[in-house]
Write a protein that binds this ligand. Sequence first.
Ligand code: DGT
Ligand code: CA
Ligand code: CA
Ligand code: ZN
Length: 586
Amino acid sequence: MDNKVIATIFYETADLMEIAAEDSFRIRSYRRAAEAVEAFDRPLSEIYKDEKALLAIPGIGKSMAGHIRDVISTGKLPLHEQLLKKFHPSMLELLKIQGMGPKTIALIWDAFHVCDPEGVQKLAQEGKLRTLPRLSEKSEQKIIKAIDSYRQMTGRFLLDTADEVAQKITELIQGMPGVEKITPAGSLRRGRDTVGDLDMLITGKFASNETQRDKVIEAILKLPGIQDVLAKGENKVSFKLRSGLQVDVRLLPPDSFGAALQYFTGSKSHSVALRQRALRMGLTLNEYGLVRLEDNKRVASKTEEDIYKKLGLEFIPPELRESIGEIEAAEEGTLPDLVTQADIRGDVHMHTVETDGKCTIEEMALAARDFGYKYMAITDHSKNLAFANGLDDKRAEAHIKKIRSVGKTIEGITVFAGIEVDILADGELDLSDSVLEQMDIVIASVHSHFQQDPQQMTDRLLRVIANPNTSLMGHPTGRMLLRREGFIFDYDKVFAAAAEAGVAMEHNAYPDRLDLSDLHLRMAKSKGVKFIINTDAHHTSHLEKMRFGVLQLRRAWLTKKDVLNTLPVAQFAKVVRRGRPVLANV
Ligand code: DGT
Ligand code: CA
Ligand code: CA
Ligand code: ZN
């Protein structure tokens, strides 16, 4: 059981306690424990038997330590179970719906004893929710919409969730006799921002050796968290994890690796287009190979490169296989030279313990240097984000002094002093211009008033772009994958204004944001926008999330030239200051 699962149980317990109107002090202790578990950088399952080690975690007292032990040893927390019995497990679903906090849910539950999304949506449609305090006809409409979009989102998973499972499966079987290649396929390999299920491909001689194959299957099924084995055959194992994620593993002999990888990577529409092309060339393509119709001779199957080549195409990177013009470009030899992770020279959006991060300036800087970066920036929150302990003018000034002085002591990396400043409801920034002017880099982000109408939001963002201190807009639509859709504004207008003013758009690589999305990235590029990709790290361990963002940039056909943090440090320092003198010593 990993820390995230444990933390979720504690968060859920706190929410359910709030619905049950329990003591707020106790509720807070569960939330604090959840946060502590989530932030802890070692698996608690390794240390949970050691009382001292548990108690040493800030936010964990004696009783919480006991609860953690319960959860790890039995998989359950008694209070969590009790509350779910009192209400109904569907209440957990309701909590995931945007705008449905514990307070609203408690109101609805007390009045109607309803706590499932369908039931609540029906109440809203029948106009019954407006009879409750603080709920209006307008809130009913919002709830109906939120439940609709929840339905579209359920059944999908974050990219890093699927990736983690793929890595665990790889660890379980790599090096086993007869196993050669283990590769994720499907939407994970294409880097789609969320995945429906995980597809994996394992090839090697084991596939045609019964004893070896049985051993490999047995090893795969040792994966922790399997709830249900759905299929177990000669060339396929499928199962469902407790999280709800389905995994399809295909076992194949090595000579059809390329064809199988191509087939199971998809997308379906890309593959359909390839197959039509093959037919026009007198060939047929399936998961075993590319075969000449005339004499049934296999002309390619071992590698994807071979297959594309024999179809008269440049190799098409998986991220581009969405049937949106990549086949035509590959035929003409005009595929873009996509940006790679190795091109990224710095990560310039990070938080520290000064606000809601978990590590110090020094720890973040050293981690960024060890990650291979030439520069990084500390960009803590501003005061409008009160729950994150955001900085006011005075603290912000003191903080950049501190960042600069710590930066001087660290060799091998440039540490920029910056801020992630909140965009207030009217487009004003949350700190004084005289303070923002002293920053190497200013990320302006919306963290409140998401529900403004598009016209108002457009004006708000245009005002941010007009502010000479703004270097880039942080997570520009504010979407939270599987939780909240992004806010809407006049994209063309805002992107065009940003391009004109030299304000960059962020791509936030953190896997539950991945914002701007691939589509919006393309749209913005067409208006001339430049981008900065960041992890928004709140812990040193988040730096490696960069790769999920890089996949999105590639899906948007972006090249090194589109991405500003591929620039050498001096040039980067200059562009983010937008023509004003560079302050950092670079
Ligand atoms: P997902 O799981 O919804 O995020 O999306 P995918 O693309 O991973 O789709 P999935 O898991 O249904 O199938 C994995 C790959 O297998 C898909 O990308 C292409 C291939 N595939 C599945 N079903 C078909 C099919 O009926 N025809 C063709 N040509 N390929 C298929
Ligand atoms: Ca899939
Ligand atoms: Ca699948
Ligand atoms: Zn941030």
